[in-house]
Write a protein that binds this ligand. Structure first.
Ligand code: PEP
Ligand code: MG
Length: 764
């Protein structure tokens, strides 16, 4: 852009619109009067363009709206040829209008013709118009259309004019949304959309979309009394800041958690003068307080849609969350009580494990997320809830609308929004086949997981919610190999007390009957945040930070309470527990000492006692993987948490959707590590289980048993397929073939493993 068109621009004969925010204000008040009088007038768009052109002293003003085929159709113009209306159509990737639409950002040009994206449309007669200002008409993160002003002269539109047009665009969005005629043709998305992401939990389901955080449009657009609106905005801002400050300084157990980071970021934004200034500015143009917040939020959502940089995305998410909070504040709504109808598919941009747990009783049919990888804790909660889930679906929340029909394919990592009839019937056929397979698999329930040459493999389930225990019988598992106790904490508003904890553990033990349950002591931190978690310094790398056993050891009071609850709940039975994220033998010993002192306390005061105690260490850090010999005589068993172990082994964040699937347990270094650990555990006479997600994947499970693992713990739905495999192999042959793969030159162990499986006649 040249600076020819700056204020006092060369060759411009156009007078300038009023300055100092007055442009938007004047436009808005005229627009308001127009809308009040002619709300359902079929010619209202013509009047709107005329009004904008006159107020902004533009030679042209045009409105393009999205039509059902997603293209942008010229709906009204002042200044271009009237014959072009209803004829000139731009695709998303066509022309400057298409550019504004696809980037969802305003575009200002002094000379539109020299822009590489300029597309000449002779029917419009736009030859004389050099300068161009286009802004998207946004609603719910979606571009409904584009409003453009043009001038003959090569002039530069300033920030204020762009702002004014953006405010108008917001009003236009609501005008379109409330229209019952052709204007709103492109409003409700009707086209089927297929999005590919990553499977987080297997299974097939269909249901209606339930948006986790729907963008609710403001009830009122215009301020009746601008001063009053400004006061309302200021009060809401004040209340918002106070509530964030209160959350940050809330008394109670001073714990850990990334939530502090998030809250700190909220506080920073909430006190940011430029954010406030934007909101106030919007109110001063004549918008209601809600509409002003919404106006700013739309921009952030649109920027988020286009942001590729992870850090920027995070910040935009934070800002959007904050703006949603502010809107709720203005609506007097505390945000609680969100319920999904039974059988719905929960759709969210991102969701933490604790928020997801709020839906544990909602009978969801599936979960679809824009962010989150297969190894994330949201994925683990989805598995615990037993519903198909797909993550990493870019653009999901703007394409899916509340109430849309959706198919979720947790096998292929795909979702279909508004599927066509043929898609739906082929999906139903797949569901029927899968139900049949399930029925066949369930016949294995009472059969042993024994190889053809008589090697027995013990299969356990991973659990964390009490209803998980119902699966024990359904799938015929030996017991619970990993009970994630932190779920109870994540689902509680306040820290569960001793009684609450011990009752919960007792209910789990009772439901398991005589089958063993291995409790993993609390593993919070990283992305696992409990609502009551308070003060914590910002951590650059929370997964590598102060989490799990590390913080438990730093909070012995809190940790001992959990140990006491576990001891009490196991009265007269075996208590099996293990510690997560042990990095050194000393940490294990320190944790064990706390447990011993709790046992002594219970003995001394004649309290309930388990009749047997088995204490294990989770092997989740490479450092502990190389210390197994040192645990001899100190631990009673080991359990390999491959989810964490692999993230640390490969230095690859398990929650990062972009890294999902990039590093493989079925690779030479990881398999060597797994083999070595199993050998060291045998030498130290320590029983060893694998309880990471890998244990439940067929090919990985085969590799693990070939490497000598005899105990695998997995999500309940994986038991039957793994059992079927185990029952089909000859261990001696499998172990020999897998060793040959490991020792051989094969570049891809995964492919070589597939050949091994095929050679054994297995269907993977
Ligand atoms: C693991 O890390 O493999 C594990 C089982 O623990 P979580 O997934 O709960 O971190
Ligand atoms: Mg772990």
């Amino acid at each position: 852009m040249t600076d020819r068109g700056r204020p006092g621009e060369k060759g411009s004969s156009s007078p300038r619109p009023p300055a100092g925010g007055g442009g938007a204000k004047l436009l808005l008040s005229r627009l308001r009067a127009l809308m009040a009088n002619q709300a359902q007038d079929p010619k209202r768009l013509e009047r709107v363009v005329e009004l904008i052109a006159n107020t902004m002293v533009a030679d042209v003003c045009s409105i393009y709206l999205r039509s059902e085929d997603e293209s942008l159709l010229l709906m009204a113009t002042q200044g271009l040829r009237p014959e072009a209306v209803g004829r000139t159509r731009m695709k998303e990737n066509e022309g400057l209008v298409g550019l504004v639409s696809s980037t969802a950002r305003p575009l200002r040009l002094t000379d539109a013709f020299s822009h590489p994206r300029f597309s000449y449309r002779p029917e419009t007669g736009e030859d004389p118009f050099h300068s161009f200002l286009g802004v998207p008409i946004l609603r719910g993160g979606r571009v409904l259309g584009v409003v453009v002003v043009q001038n003959r002269t090569e002039r530069a539109y300033d920030d204020e004019e762009a702002e004014a047009l953006q405010t108008v665009a917001m009003v236009l969005a609501e005008l379109v949304a409330s229209a019952a005629d052709t204007l709103s043709a492109g409003l409700r998305q009707t086209r089927p959309v297929e999005l590919r992401g990553r499977a987080m939990n297997e299974g097939l389901a269909s249901g209606v979309v339930h948006l986790y955080d729907p963008v609710v449009p403001p009830a009122r657009l215009f301020a009746a009394d601008p001063e009053l609106e400004e006061r309302r905005l200021n009060d809401a801002l004040e209340a918002l800041r106070n509530s964030i400050d209160a959350m940050l300084t809330r008394a109670g157990p001073v714990l850990f958690g990334e939530s502090r980071d998030v809250l700190e970021t909220y506080r920073l934004f909430a006190h940011d003068p430029s954010w406030e200034a934007r909101l106030v500015e919007a109110v001063r143009t004549g918008l209601s307080a809600e509409a002003a917040v919404d106006r700013v939020r739309r921009e952030h959502r649109a920027r988020l849609e286009n942001a590729r940089d992870g850090f920027l995305r995070e910040r935009l998410h934070d800002l959007e969350d904050l703006e949603n909070r502010l809107l709720r504040q203005l609506n007097g709504d505390d945000g609680g009580g969100r319920v999904a109808p039974p059988g719905a598919i929960l759709v969210a941009s991102r969701i933490g494990p604790a928020e997801l747990l709020e839906y544990r009783d909602a009978q969801l049919a599936g979960i679809a997320l824009e962010e989150a990888g297969a190894g994330s804790h949201a994925a683990i909660v989805a598995r615990a809830m037993g519903v198909p889930a797909v993550g990493g679906l870019t653009g999901l929340v703007t394409r899916a609308e509340d109430g849309d029909l959706m198919i979720i394919d947790g096998e292929g990592g795909v979702v279909h929004i508004r599927p066509e009839a043929e898609m739906m019937s082929s999906f139903q056929a797949r569901v029927a086949i899968s139900e049949q397979t399930q029925a066949e698999l369930s016949r294995l329930r009472d059969e042993p997981a024994r190889t053809t040459d008589g090697v027995e493999i013990d299969l356990y389930i991973n659990a964390g919610l009490s209803f998980d225990l119902d699966h024990l019988d359904a799938v015929g598992a030996k017991g619970v190999g990993l009970f994630r106790t932190e779920f109870q904490f994540m689902a509680s508003e306040t820290m569960p007390g001793l009684d609450e904890q011990s009752q919960f553990y007792k209910s789990v033990i009772d439901r398991a009957g005589d089958r063993p349950v291995t409790f993993r002591t609390i593993d919070l931190g990283g992305d696992k945040i409990a609502p009551f978690m308070g003060r914590r310094e910002r951590e650059e790398n929370p997964a590598l930070g102060w989490r799990a056993l590390r913080m438990a050891l730093d909070h012995p009071f809190f940790f001992r309470r959990q140990l006491r609850a576990l001891i009490r709940a196991s009265r007269g039975k075996t208590l099996r527990l293990m510690f997560p994220m042990v990095a050194t033998v000393e940490e294990f010993e320190a944790a064990r000492r706390l447990l011993d002192s709790e046992m002594e306390w219970a003995v001394k005061f004649g309290r309930d006692l388990p009749n047997r105690l088995q204490v294990g260490a989770m092997v989740e850090t490479p450092s502990l993987a190389f210390s197994i010999d040192q645990l001899k005589g100190k631990a009673d068993f080991l359990s390999v948490g491959t989810n964490d172990l692999m993230q640390f082994f490969f230095a690859a964040d398990r929650d990062n959707a972009r890294l999902a699937g990039r590093y493989d347990l079925l690779s030479r270094p990881a398999m060597r590590l797994m083999q070595r650990m199993r050998q060291r555990a045998d030498e130290a006479s320590l029983p060893i289980t694998v309880c990471g997600e890998a244990a439940g994947r067929p090919l990985e499970a085969l590799a693990l048993i070939a490497l000598g693992y005899r105990k695998l713990s997995m999500q309940a739905s994986r038991i039957a397929p793994v059992k079927l495999l185990v029952r089909s192999v000859d261990m001696a042959v499998l172990a020999r073939d897998v060793q040959a793969v490991l020792d051989g030159p094969a570049p891809s162990i995964r492919n070589a493993m597939l050949s091994v499986a095929a050679g054994l006649g297995l269907k993977i």
